[in-house]
Ligand binder design. Structure first.
Ligand SMILES: NC(=O)C1=CN([C@@H]2O[C@H](COP(=O)(O)OP(=O)(O)OC[C@H]3O[C@@H](n4cnc5c(N)ncnc54)[C@H](OP(=O)(O)O)[C@@H]3O)[C@@H](O)[C@H]2O)C=CC1
Ligand SMILES: CC(=O)C(=O)O
Ligand SMILES: [Mg+2]
Length: 635
């Protein structure tokens, strides 16, 4: 039995500390000791093997290989004296050839002469030393040569696998150009073709085969200090349906944004796909499909696997790990959120993140159309996660603003699903999340008739079905309203309810329009209209950062409202003048800091934050917590 003190280990093998560096003389054998990375919380802040003697490190590393650490509910790793089988968490020391192959520490041509000398890199790189800015310029030049978006996506994934800091620097510095590559719409195509383009695994795949041993599977992941997990079961990937195991592109993409947009350390992010099979016949018959070749497990089998996962996550990473449910089908999404909300730090991005971003856009749009939220009438096409999630948050905000009972506020909101307008006479056959929206009205089948019947001022598309906002529908909105507010939220671009051009043209330039996937500016009658991107990507990175930095243990609706307010406040007059109701993504890190601060403040107010005492200036604190992708200097 071996007792391991985490702190002494970190001090020794630890990273970028203040101790004297290990100097490796040229001509000597490169060190062969192992480095235990699982307990290296500072890794993202630039670390190679420093701060101890090789002998000390070898001894420490060896002891860790024999012992194992045990996380507590708080996510700390404590001494362990139990005897049990352990996983050998090791990688080669980051020097020489392996340093160039280690994406966390590799700098490519940016290694200085001194670093090349000290870390056995001489001869392994061409002579030129290239600063990071020039590397970024070169990669952008390279990316712009690709005509096919999927090629750009694959190149970006390659950069992420080769040089993580350069990948994030590239993404942060060129966020507006690269967001559509690593995120919607291209990530949708990448998921559809994931098996065919699959080269290197990324993220954790937990399938039915892992039932009974998910705890151990989580321990195979090379990082221990996880702060955010984005998990999908692949059943509702964007508006593209069931993509099974190939949905992994979504957690990977979302977590890239957690780092690039929200500043969460990459090593603290864990993408997970739960593979319970797929009902997608095309994938089941695709020889390149990478997932389980069986139809989806449901009922008890599904619930047990998910429960084992949720339990293992808390056991491994503690109470404060954020679990973001992403792109689950609605028949599981609402239940999972309800079941785990009271016991875990869970957040459903499609239900809650989307609600927060749309509410922000609506609040901003009021500056253009006038009135309060309560003065408006809302009609949704699509009554699933996004639709009912947004509807509920709007109702909550109206109710808070006016002291109107929530049930009354809900009556200002109407939803249409695949069977038509949701009305009282359908109530018995409705799924539970639709029932609050069954108001008194005669049944209506077609959307255009619902527009004329309900007379909404705001039309929101959350159907996942492209081109459903026809010329007649947009025309009806324009006939009823001087400035109709129209959101086509469905992703990717192919599923958008209408294009920006259609919205502006069919409303004769009067629509206030935003879409889930980006559209280019449109010129109509000589005027340029810039459509906003109403995507939860504005919210979840800052929202997550706010939860993490305050050590929050549960999500509360008031935090969603706080995030929404913070985002709406970031829209400037200059943005409004262009018809924008969201601020540009190029300022997203500043926006995320504002959102994080507001969410954290709410968490402290509600007594749900555990990082005490509360920092005085939460915005500054958020900024100071953010991951910086600039290279670190190596001793
Ligand atoms: N912009 C953003 O940030 C976000 C966008 N989305 C997008 O929203 C879309 C929907 O997602 P989500 O709510 O999770 O999906 P759901 O499957 O939960 O809901 C889809 C809803 O659309 C309805 N529907 C489907 N086809 C039609 C049709 N032809 N006419 C009318 N209604 C129809 C369904 O009806 P029924 O219930 O009868 O089957 C259901 O109510 C996706 O494309 C997704 O990408 C989602 C989250 C965030
Ligand atoms: C944006 C997003 O989360 C979705 O379309 O599902
Ligand atoms: Mg989603």
């Amino acid at each position: 039995m071996i007792s391991l003190s985490r702190c002494s280990f970190l001090n020794n093998v630890g990273v970028s500390g203040s101790r004297s560096p290990v100097t490796y003389k040229q001509g000597r054998q490169p060190p062969t000791l192992v480095r235990v990375i699982a307990s290296s919380p500072d890794r993202d802040n630039g670390s190679v093997m420093t701060g101890t003697t090789l002998k000390e490190s070898r001894e420490n590393a060896a002891s860790v290989l024999q012992a194992d650490s045990k996380p507590t509910v708080s996510g700390e790793v404590l001494d362990v004296t139990e005897e049990h089988l352990v996983t050998p968490w090791t990688v080669s020391v980051a020097s020489g050839y392996s340093l160039l192959r280690d994406p966390h520490h590799n700098k490519g041509l940016a290694f200085t002469e001194k670093e090349r000398d000290a870390h056995y890199l001489c001869g392994l790189l061409p002579p030129q030393v290239t600063p990071q800015e020039l590397q970024v310029k070169k990669l952008m030049h390279m990316l712009r040569q690709y005509q096919v978006p999927l090629q750009k996506y694959m190149a970006m994934m390659d950069f992420q696998e080769t040089n993580e800091r350069l990948f994030y620097k590239l993404l942060i510095d060129n966020v507006e150009e690269l967001l559509p590559v690593v995120y919607t719409p291209t990530v949708g195509e990448a998921c559809q073709k994931y098996g065919s383009i699959f080269l290197r695994p990324r993220g954790l795949f937990i399938s039915l085969k892992e039932k009974g041993k998910i705890h151990e599977v989580l321990r195979n992941w090379p990082e221990k200090n996880i702060q955010v997990i984005v998990v999908t079961d692949g059943e509702r990937i964007l508006g593209l349906g069931d993509l099974g195991c190939q949905g992994m592109g979504i957690p990977i993409g979302k977590l890239s944004l957690y780092t690039a947009l929200g500043g969460v350390r990459p090593s603290a992010c864990l993408p997970v796909t739960i593979d319970v099979g797929t009902n997608n016949e095309q994938l089941l018959n695709d020889e390149f499909y990478i997932g389980l070749r069986q139809r989806r497990a449901t009922g008890q089998e599904y619930a047990e696997l998910l429960h084992e996962f949720m339990t293992a996550v808390k056991r491994n990473y503690g109470e404060k790990v954020l679990i973001q449910f992403e792109d689950f089908a609605n028949h599981n999404a609402f239940d999972l959120l309800e079941k785990y909300g009271p016991t875990h730090l869970v957040f459903n991005d499609d239900i809650q993140g989307t609600a927060s971003v749309v509410l922000a856009g609506l609040v901003a749009a009021l500056k253009l159309v006038g009135g309060t939220l309560a003065d408006h009438r809302f009609l949704f096409l699509g009554a699933g996660e996004a639709g009912t999630g947004i509807a509920e948050l709007i109702a909550l905000e109206i109710s808070k603003q006016t002291n109107m009972p929530l049930e009354e506020a809900r009556k200002k909101i109407w939803l249409v699903d695949s069977k038509g307008l949701i009305v009282k006479s359908r109530e018995d056959s409705l799924q539970h999340f639709k029932k609050p929206w069954a108001h008194d009205h005669k049944p209506i089948k077609e959307l255009v008739d619902a527009v004329y019947g309900i007379k909404p001022t705001v039309l929101i598309g959350t159907s996942g079905v492209g081109r459903t906002f026809t010329k007649q529908v947009v025309g009806a909105m324009a006939a009823l309203n001087e400035k109709p507010i129209i959101f086509s939220l469905s992703n990717p671009t192919s599923q958008s309810e209408c294009t920006a051009e259609e919205a502006y043209t069919w409303s004769k330039g009067r629509a206030i329009f935003a879409s889930g996937s980006p559209f280019d500016p449109v010129t109509y009658n000589g005027k340029v209209f810039v459509p906003g991107q109403a995507n939860n990507a504005y919210i979840f990175p800052g929202f997550g950062l706010g939860l993490i930095m305050s050590g929050t243990i549960r999500v509360h609706d008031d935090m969603l409202l706080a995030a929404s307010e913070a985002l709406a406040e970031q829209v400037t007059q200059e943005n409004f003048d262009k018809g924008l109701i969201y601020p540009p993504f190029k300022n997203i890190r500043k926006i995320s800091a504002q959102i994080a601060a507001r969410v954290a403040a709410k968490a402290y107010e509600l007594g749900l934050a555990t990082s005490l005492p509360q920092p005085k200036d939460l915005v500054k604190h958020a900024e100071s917590c953010m991951y910086n992708p600039n290279y670190r200097s190596y001793r």
